[in-house]
Design a protein around this ligand. Structure first.
Ligand code: NDP
Ligand SMILES: O=C1O[C@H](COP(=O)(O)O)[C@@H](O)[C@H](O)[C@H]1O
Length: 521
C-alpha cells in the first residue's frame, strides 16, 4: 500500500528466472546458463543500443554474472579488450559505476568470424559451450539468445549457421531465440521471402522481430490508457474523433547514414514499422486478453482493414542538401519526409483520417500521437474558434499525456480559454528512471514474451499497405518535393493535414511543466 501523500509506483512485474513456455500462457520457472550473442558486435547499433541496454539490465540485477555470458561476434579482427573499450565509450560514466562497469565488461568475450562459413560459428559454439560447462549446465538446458545487429541481407545465411552449429543441444527446458532488426525486407515480396527463409529454420516462437518503438514507455501505455479507463472507451470512435495524427520529427538529417538511408527512405525507415505499430495500438479493437497472440491478432485485423493509400493523400519531401552526401546518388528521389493518410474500413473508424507523418532534418525532435475530437455541437459559449479538444500522447522527449480542453478563464467574467489536463512524466514520476526501449525488449526476449514483437502475418499486412506506393516512389512516378533543412517540412504537408480536417489551435502551446519558470512573488 502506498502511504498517504506518496506516489504508489508499481515495480515492473519481472520475476527473475521466469519465462514463458511456447504457447506464452503461464510463466514457468527457468534457471540456468544464459548466453547472449550480439552478431554485428562491431557495428553502430550494437555499441549505441544493444550493449548499453545489456549493461542496464546487468546493473539492475537481471543478468546475474553467475548465469550469464555475453559474446560479441563479427568479421572485424578485435580482441576482447578492444571490443570492451568500444562498448565502454557508450556506457554511462561516473566513478560510482566503475565497479559495476568492470563487472559487466568481464562478462563479454569476442569471437571473430564470417557470417557465411562454419568455422566462426563452430568457434562461437565452442565458446558458448565452454561457458555452459563452466556453470555446470546440463547439455540442452541452457538458454541461447542471438541478437542480429546486422544488415538484413545477411540474416538468412546467419540463421542457417546458427541453426547448423549453435543451437542448444536438446530440449531440457532450454531454448534458442533469435532477435532480428528492421528493416525486415524492402517490400512485400522481399519480406515474405526473408520470412520464409528464416521460417524454414526457426519456429515463429523463436523469432523476435524487434521494433524499438514498441519498447517505449508511452507506447506500452497505450493499451492501458485505452482499455483500463472508462473515460476513453465511449469516445474512441468516428462519432467523436475527427482525425488522428501520429508524428515523428527529427532535427538532424541522415549524416553518416546516407548510403543506408537512400536505399530505404523515410517510409521504410520509420512509417511502415514504428509509426504503423503505434497506429495499430491506437486503432485496434480490444483484445480478448493480454496474451501476445490475442494482442497481435487484433493488430493484424486493423492492418487488414486499411484501404489502399490514395496518391492525393500523400506528400513526399526531401530536404535540401540531402544529396550533398557523397554516398547518395545525385538523382535520388528518396523521401526524407512523408505524410501519408491511412483510412480504416471498419465500423469504428470509417471516415476518420489517420495521418502518419515522419521527417528528418526538421525544426524539432519529437514523436507524438494527437487525437483531435470533433467540434462541440450547440456551441453556446461561442468558443469553437478557440480550438478543439485534443488528447496528445507525447512519446518523446518529455513524455506526457495531456488533454487540451476549453475552460473558464479564471476571473469575474465568463469567458473561455484553452488549457490542459497534464500528466507530464518528469513531474509526476520524479524519481523514476524510464527504461530504454531496447532494455525492456531484450528482457522480454529472455522472458519469452512476444507481445511487443512483430508477428509474421503482422509484418506481411504492414507491407501490403505500403508496397504499391513504395514501388511507385522507386519507379519515379511519385516525386518528392524539396524542403528547407530546419523547417516544418514541405508546405504541402500542412495543407494535406488541414484538408484532412485537422484544425490547428492558434495562440496555444503546451509547455512541459518541467520548463515552467517559477513565478516570483
Ligand atoms: N544504428 C541504429 O541506430 C539502428 C540500426 N537498426 C538496424 O540494426 C541493424 C544493424 O545496424 P547498424 O549497427 O547501424 O549497422 P552497421 O552498418 O554498423 O553494421 C553492423 C555490422 O555488420 C557488419 N556489416 C556491415 N555491412 C555488412 C555487409 N554488407 N555484409 C556483412 N556484414 C556487414 C559489420 O561488422 P563486421 O564487418 O565487423 O562483420 C558492422 O559492424 C540494421 O538492420 C539496422 O537497420 C535499427 C534501428 C536503429
Ligand atoms: O529506427 C530508427 O529510429 C531512429 C529514431 O529512434 P528514436 O528512438 O530516437 O526515436 C531513427 O533515427 C533511425 O533513422 C531509424 O532507423
Amino acid at each position: 500500500m502506498a502511504e498517504v501523500g506518496q506516489w504508489h509506483l508499481e515495480k515492473r512485474p519481472y520475476a527473475k528466472n521466469a519465462s514463458l513456455p511456447k504457447d506464452n500462457d503461464t510463466p514457468v520457472p527457468e534457471t540456468g546458463c544464459l548466453s547472449i550473442t550480439v552478431l554485428g558486435a562491431s557495428g553502430d547499433l550494437a555499441k549505441k543500443k544493444t550493449f548499453p541496454a545489456l549493461f542496464n539490465l546487468y546493473r539492475q540485477g537481471f543478468l546475474p554474472s553467475d548465469q550469464v555470458h555475453i559474446f560479441g561476434y563479427a568479421r572485424s579482427k578485435l580482441s576482447d579488450d578492444e571490443l570492451r573499450d568500444r562498448i565502454q565509450g557508450y556506457l554511462p560514466q561516473g566513478q560510482e559505476l566503475a565497479q559495476v562497469i568492470s563487472g559487466f565488461l568481464k562478462l563479454i568475450k569476442y569471437v571473430s568470424g564470417s557470417y557465411d562459413s562454419p568455422d566462426g560459428f563452430k568457434t562461437l559454439d565452442d565458446a558458448i559451450y565452454k561457458h555452459e560447462v563452466s556453470r555446470n549446465t546440463i547439455e540442452g538446458s541452457s538458454r541461447r539468445l542471438f541478437y542480429l545487429a546486422l544488415p538484413p541481407s545477411v540474416y538468412p545465411q546467419i540463421c542457417k549457421m546458427i541453426k547448423s552449429y549453435c543451437m542448444n543441444k536438446s530440449d531440457l527446458g532450454g531454448w534458442t531465440r533469435i532477435v532480428v532488426e528492421k528493416p525486415f525486407g524492402r517490400d512485400l515480396a522481399s519480406a515474405e521471402e526473408l520470412s520464409s527463409q528464416i521460417g524454414k529454420l526457426f519456429e515463429e516462437a523463436e523469432i523476435y522481430r524487434i521494433d524499438h518503438y514498441l519498447g517505449k514507455e508511452l507506447v506500452q501505455n497505450l493499451l492501458v490508457l485505452r482499455f483500463a479507463n472508462r473515460f476513453f472507451m465511449p469516445v474512441w470512435n468516428r462519432d467523436n474523433i475527427d482525425n488522428v495524427q501520429i508524428v515523428f520529427r527529427e532535427d538532424f538529417g541522415t549524416e553518416g547514414r546516407g548510403g543506408y538511408f537512400d536505399q530505404y527512405g523515410i517510409i521504410r525507415d520509420i512509417i511502415q514499422n514504428h509509426l504503423l505499430q503505434v497506429f495499430c495500438l491506437v486503432a485496434m479493437e480490444k483484445p480478448i486478453s493480454l496474451k501476445p497472440e490475442h494482442i497481435r491478432d487484433e493488430k493484424v485485423k486493423v492492418l487488414q482493414s486499411v484501404l489502399p493509400i490514395k496518391d492525393e493523400e500523400v506528400v513526399l519531401g526531401q530536404y535540401q542538401g540531402y544529396k550533398d552526401d557523397p554516398t547518395v546518388p545525385n538523382d535520388s528521389n528518396t523521401p526524407t519526409f512523408a505524410s501519408v493518410i491511412l483510412r480504416i474500413h471498419n465500423e469504428r473508424w470509417e471516415g476518420v483520417p489517420f495521418i502518419l507523418k515522419a521527417g528528418k532534418a526538421l525544426d524539432s525532435r519529437k514523436a507524438e500521437i494527437r487525437i483531435q475530437f470533433k467540434d462541440v455541437p450547440g456551441d453556446i459559449f461561442k468558443c469553437k474558434k478557440q480550438g478543439r479538444n485534443e488528447l496528445v500522447i507525447r512519446l518523446q522527449p518529455s513524455e506526457a499525456i495531456y488533454m487540451k480542453l476549453t475552460v473558464k478563464q479564471p476571473g469575474l467574467e465568463i469567458s473561455t480559454a484553452q488549457s490542459e489536463l497534464d500528466l507530464s512524466y518528469r513531474q509526476r514520476y520524479q524519481n523514476v528512471v524510464i527504461p530504454e526501449a531496447y532494455e525492456r525488449l531484450i528482457l522480454d526476449t529472455i522472458k519469452g514474451d512476444q507481445q511487443h514483437f512483430v508477428r509474421r502475418d503482422e509484418l506481411k499486412a504492414a507491407w501490403e499497405i505500403f508496397t504499391p506506393m513504395l514501388h511507385r516512389i522507386d519507379g519515379g512516378e511519385l516525386k518528392t518535393v524539396p524542403y528547407k533543412r530546419g523547417s516544418r517540412g514541405p508546405d504541402e504537408a500542412d495543407a494535406l493535414v488541414e484538408k484532412a480536417g485537422y484544425v490547428q489551435t492558434r495562440g496555444y502551446i503546451w509547455i512541459p511543466p518541467t520548463f515552467w519558470i517559477p513565478i516570483q512573488n
